[in-house]
Every structure is written in structure tokens, then in C-alpha cells.
Design a binder for this molecule. Structure first.
Ligand SMILES: Cc1ncc(COP(=O)(O)O)c(C=O)c1O
Length: 437
């Protein structure tokens, strides 16, 4: 609310008008956001994002120079540097009873959260799961968000067992334990090169003690994504909650189609996805999406206390900076890099008398290490500054079945990975294999 009309006698009028029209053009995306409440088609420039965030932060009561604040927590921070670390949002989000409630001391932070949730909903729907009704940005990463969703399922059913098609990752197992539940792990089995958890075994594991089925879309090959559509049908038929761990699935058009058809075909109470893995924010947030708005409300009410606004701010800034076009471009790059990775690893495998594993995975590629030595290869590769590769022995935690047929290594061509990362990583693996064999 800057009163520019009072400046008419300052500089030549045509110059002032020119300046004002620049301001109007550059602020137009904000106007459109307020009207449409959707992800912009084109990404915003950084100053536009800063203008929006600064305006919101200035609406919080800690910025009120006329206020007298006597509470134990009224948004006081140690220094301007500390304030900058939070983009000026000092009050956090939610109230102690509900993460989704407006924060009474902070109109700006509440608006920030409102728009982040609106854009999260739009993102999940437009990036493939149009059957989703609503999404909320949670201020904790994927594992903790799974815990919140499981606690909502526990309260809904009163049962204590989570049917868990085996995925060898500590976070989902800890989420189950954290909310006082037990995991009934359904083992994976080897089908050709792929490790799959048979849907029939998942169905057999559901009992009167089942609190939820926790299925997974994205993991590392040879573990293939769960058949979430069939699991959703089982959940519907048996009337048990179904939570999908879609940790890094939003980036994949293919995986999002599967999420959408699972929601259409059966029961899906919540889909949880990481904000850093899918939207390139710093680690610390996740998005819970659902067809069932009541279940999302339960997740928000399960959160204890007030929450940091940082993951919400970072998500909002990230989607505004991509816009729909920017995100789709990143997805195109991801698909091209995945193809490049497969071609490069196939050539490398041939050279070293190995082969690629024939496994469905839109993000990752795995290659046999048939002469063993996975641990040494993994460590040497890490020392040669390749981050993110996984080299596993056939009985290691990670293979998702009692014993796999061979040692192997996998690389991910995930969103944000650059072509040069793929080329360098494969070159370095070549050198490591040549040196160690
Ligand atoms: C399938 C899967 N589930 C859960 C997690 C845990 O995610 P976070 O570290 O965001 O809690 C990960 C992260 O690596 C994952 O890949």
C-alpha cells in the first residue's frame, strides 16, 4: 500500500507513469495468484517471490510497531540474521490443536500456509493425480509424515498392525514404531530380475488387527513399485486404511498415473510425498494428499504443537519459481537423463561382462556386480566423489527379499540430476571397476 499518487509533483509525469506501469506488470503474477490460487503457468522471478513473502511476513503481529507483546512466544528472534533464516516468518504455522488452523498471531504466516496448501493440491492434481481432492504441506519430512498418517489410521481403526509390503528403508519402519504400531512385513520375492511383493500375500496378511496397509511406489531397483491399484482394491474390500508412500513419485508421470488409478479403483486414505525429493526444497517437508479431506484433517490434528513455517515457505517459493512449465521441463530432463543412464550403463556393463537388471523403474537403473565385492565398489565410488549410488550384496538390507540373485549397483536419474552428473558418475564407475577387478 505505497501511496504513489502522492508523488505526482516529483519527477516528470510520463516518467512516473512508466515506472508505475513496470511495477504493475511485475506485480501482476501476485494478482493472478490471489485470484486463481493455482500454480502459475510460467515460473516467477526471484524478486516477485521475495515481494510476496516479504508482504506476508510484514502482516504478522511481531512486525507491528505499535504492539505491546508480553507473551512467552510472540515471534521475538535473536537478530536480523536469524529472521532472514526464516524469511521473516517467526510465529510458525498452525495452533497447538491443529496444524491446518490459522495462527492467531500471524495473518501473513496463515496466508502463506493457505497458498502453500492450495498450490500443493494443484501440484498433485496437475502433475498426475487429478482424483486427489486436497493436499497439505507438512512441516516434517517423509518418514515423520508417514507417522502422522499412521497415527490418524490408528485412531480411526483402533487396531495395531500395519501391513507393510517389504521395503528395506528404516524410515517407514520407524514411523510404524513411533506411533506404537507393529509392522507385519510381507516379504518380497524374486521374479526374473525384479523383486516384487505379491499382492496375494498382502491380501492374506490383512486381518482384524490391521490398522493400515502401507504401500510404496518409489524404491530402488530391483524392488519394483507396489501394485498400488490392486492394493487399493484390497483396502476397499477389507475396509482398512491404505497409505501410499510416494516418497519421490511426483516427479514421475508414470508413477503419478498409478497413484491416480489407485485412488479411482479403491481405497487410498493418504499419499505422502517428500517436498525435497520432488520439488527441490531443502530437506524437512512433505505433502500429504488425499481424496478424503477428513483423513487429511485427522493428520493435521495429530501434529503436536506449533510447527516451523520454513518447509511451507520453501515449498511455496519452489513451486512459484518452477511454474507448471518449469516443472514439466524438469520432468522432460529427468526422462532424458534416465534414458541416457540406461544406455551408458548398458555399454559399461557389456565392457565389464555385467548386465542391466530388467526391472521396471522410471527413475533408476541397476547393473549386476556378478563378481561380488559390492561393498568395496560402493565405498571406492563414494571416495571418487559419486554421491547417491547404491552397491548392495545379495543379502544386504536393501534387497527387500530374503536373498537376491546377485550383487548389484544402482544409480538414480532423478529430477534435478544433470546430464553431466550421469556422464561423470558412469565414467567414474568405469574407472573403479577397472581398478578393482
Ligand atoms: C521410500 C522412502 N521412504 C521413506 C523415506 C524417508 O524419507 P525422509 O528422509 O524424507 O523422511 C525415503 C528416503 O530416502 C524413501 O526413499
Amino acid at each position: 500500500m505505497i501511496p504513489f499518487e502522492k508523488l505526482k509533483d516529483t519527477i516528470p509525469e510520463d516518467l512516473l507513469n512508466r515506472g508505475l506501469s513496470i511495477l504493475a506488470t511485475e506485480s501482476k503474477p501476485i494478482k493472478l495468484l490471489f485470484e486463481q490460487r493455482r500454480i502459475p503457468q510460467k515460473g516467477w522471478k526471484d524478486p516477485q517471490i521475495t515481494q510476496l513473502l516479504t508482504s506476508f511476513a510484514l502482516m504478522d503481529s511481531d512486525k507491528d510497531s505499535k504492539t505491546a507483546s508480553v507473551g512467552e512466544r510472540t515471534g521475538r528472534v535473536a537478530s536480523p540474521a536469524v529472521s532472514r533464516l526464516s524469511a521473516g516468518f517467526h510465529h510458525g504455522i498452525g495452533s497447538s490443536g491443529d496444524l491446518a488452523e490459522p495462527q492467531p498471531k500471524a495473518a501473513g504466516s496463515s496466508l502463506l500456509q493457505y497458498f502453500a496448501n492450495k498450490l500443493a493440491t494443484d501440484a498433485i492434481r496437475r502433475f498426475g493425480a487429478s482424483n486427489i481432492k486436497k493436499a497439505v504441506v507438512l512441516p516434517v519430512a517423509t518418514g515423520m509424515s508417514l507417522a502422522l498418517a499412521l497415527s490418524a489410521a490408528r485412531d480411526l481403526t483402533g487396531a495395531n498392525q500395519v501391513v507393510f509390503p517389504r521395503v528395506d528403508h528404516k524410515a517407514p519402519l520407524k514411523a510404524v514404531k513411533l506411533v506404537g504400531l507393529n509392522a507385519k512385513i510381507v516379504d518380497g520375492a524374486v521374479f526374473g530380475d525384479a523383486v516384487r511383493v505379491p499382492v496375494g500375500e498382502v491380501e492374506k496378511s490383512v486381518s482384524k488387527d490391521t490398522c493400515a496397509i502401507l504401500s510404496t511406489t518409489t524404491f530402488f531397483p530391483p524392488r519394483e513399485p507396489d501394485d498400488i491399484k490392486e492394493i487399493a482394491k484390497i483396502a476397499k474390500e477389507k475396509n482398512v486404511p491404505h497409505i501410499i508412500n510416494n516418497a519421490y513419485g511426483v516427479q514421475s508421470r508414470d508413477i503419478m498415473k498409478q497413484v491416480n488409478s489407485a485412488v479411482a479403483a479403491g481405497r487410498v486414505d493418504a499419499v505422502i510425498q517428500s517436498s525435497d525429493k520432488n520439488f527441490l526444497t531443502p530437506v524437512g517437508g512433505a505433502i500429504a494428499a488425499s481424496h478424503d479431506e477428513d483423513f487429511l484433517d485427522k493428520i493435521c490434528r495429530a501434529y503436536a504443537g506449533r510447527a516451523s513455517a520454513a518447509p511451507v515457505t520453501q515449498f511455496l517459493a519452489a513451486v512459484l519459481s518452477f511454474g507448471v512449465e518449469g516443472y514439466e521441463r524438469l520432468r522432460d530432463e529427468q526422462e532424458a537423463n534416465r534414458r541416457l543412464l540406461e544406455e551408458s550403463l548398458r555399454r559399461l556393463a557389456k565392457k565389464h561382462s555385467e548386465r542391466l537388471l530388467q526391472v521396471y523403474d522410471p527413475l533408476s537403473v541397476a547393473m549386476t556386480l556378478s563378481k561380488g565385492n559390492a561393498e568395496k565398489i560402493g565405498k571406492t565410488l563414494f571416495a571418487s566423489r559419486v554421491t547417491g549410488a547404491r552397491a548392495l550384496g545379495k543379502r544386504d538390507f536393501g534387497v527387500c527379499c530374503p536373498e537376491y540373485s546377485t550383487d548389484y549397483i544402482n544409480f538414480d536419474a532423478a529430477i534435478g540430476v544433470k546430464r553431466s552428473d550421469v556422464v561423470l558418475a558412469v565414467e567414474r564407475l568405469d574407472k573403479v571397476l577397472a581398478r578393482l577387478r
